[in-house]
Ligand binder design. Structure first.
Ligand SMILES: [Zn+2]
Length: 276
């Protein structure tokens, strides 16, 4: 079984602040190594569980965070941006399951470390079919449309709870427990990696037994994003097919999950251009 792994940064053990997640941040170089170690643990666990190949996608920020030579050489890495499918670029029918590592809660979550949805500077809330969707749900829907189920989600306890809400009984690893948006009680990196490796092995074993169903919501996907101000919504509204719902909210009815993700990217890139 080929295994796909998407790796974000806000849900890595020890990460609680943007000083650790932005390239210009003082603690970034340390945090990217924690991220690389957790990605490597997931790769090793996937092979322990029976994977025959692993593709890793660097899914945070400029998507050039993972230190390639510190990853298990059996894996391949997608890095850099822009990518049409962003955090799930490269997923497809060849994969038996997907693992989401270092994920975080959706915009507007209370006590979720660095909660946001795709672009935190402009997105205040993201809903699909009148329900809040975080990045786990959005990316799982893109995987699901390709027939690929999500088998493992790691991050703080808030994203793990949200993952189970959308995806049912997937494997989860809560490497930290948020106290507020910028404070958490966390595992040590060594403990986080050991736990992730074991959970990834179990996830792949269960996937080989057919334990997980692809996340495949019915019908068209009615996207609504509430932006941080009307200027951001003005820019997003430039995308053809966008409906202006109110001063700060745009809507779009996407025929499938890949289109949904591309509209989210187009809106947030345009809206981001208005940030002063
Ligand atoms: Zn991120």
């Amino acid at each position: 079984m080929q295994v796909y792994i998407s790796v974000d940064m806000e849900g890595i053990a020890g990460v609680v602040h943007v000083d650790q997640t932005r390239r210009s941040g003082h603690d970034y170089e340390r945090a990217r190594r924690w991220m690389t170690a957790e990605a490597d643990a997931a790769i090793q666990g996937a092979f322990d569980g029976g994977a025959t190949g692993v593709l890793v996608n660097d899914s945070h920020g400029d998507m050039r965070n993972l230190v390639l030579e510190e990853l298990d050489p059996r894996a391949e890495l997608i890095s850099g941006s822009l990518k049409p499918l962003s955090m799930v670029q490269g997923v497809g029918a060849a994969f038996g399951c997907a693992l989401f590592v270092g994920y975080h809660a959706g915009a507007g979550t209370r006590a979720g470390i660095l909660d946001h949805t795709y672009y935190g500077r402009v997105v205040a809330r993201c809903r699909v079919n009148r329900r809040d969707w975080n990045e786990t749900a959005i990316n799982a829907a893109v995987c699901g449309a390709a027939g690929v189920p999500v088998a493992l989600v790691t991050g703080d306890s808030a994203v793990c709870a949200q993952a189970r809400e959308y995806l049912g009984e997937v494997e989860t690893v809560a490497v930290k427990d948020a106290i507020t948006r910028y404070a958490a009680r966390s595992f040590h990196p060594t403990t986080a990696c050991a736990t992730i490796r074991a959970a990834a092995a179990t996830a792949v074993e269960r996937a080989l037994d057919g334990a997980f169903a692809p996340f495949h919501p019915d019908g068209p996907l009615a996207l609504e994003i509430t932006f941080v101000n009307a200027g951001a919504a003005d820019a997003a509204e430039l995308v053809p097919g966008t409906e202006r719902v109110d001063g700060v909210t745009c809507g779009y009815v996407a025929p499938d999950a890949a289109t949904l993700l591309q509209v989210i990217q187009a809106w947030t890139i345009l809206a981001g251009s208005t940030v002063v």
